[in-house]
Design a binder for this molecule. Structure first.
Ligand code: SF4
Length: 77
């Protein structure tokens, strides 16, 4: 979880990374490109690149939030 500079959200929370390509619409997937970039940058969460992964240590993060917030899931955190 991190505070966000995105104007329409307050926090980001990303308990999963990667995805499975499910349709022709996935051919030019932005998330796949970003995951390759983040892996190359050495981010541990992206060690497996675009393979779907659940990061169990992130699952309990919402329990630490003390007040309601607009939360957005995205690739970087
Ligand atoms: S994140 Fe990428 S691979 Fe997953 S459904 Fe969306 S476009 Fe397809």
């Amino acid at each position: 979880m991190a505070t966000s500079s995105i104007e329409w959200t307050e926090l980001t929370w990303n308990p999963t990374t990667g995805c499975d390509k499910v349709s022709a619409g996935c051919k030019h997937c932005y998330a796949e490109v970003m995951s390759r970039r983040l892996k190359a940058m050495g981010l541990a969460k992206y060690a497996d690149g675009f393979k779907l992964r659940i990061h169990e240590s992130a699952l309990s993060v919402p329990y630490t939030w003390k007040k309601p917030a607009m939360v957005f899931g995205q690739l970087d955190e």
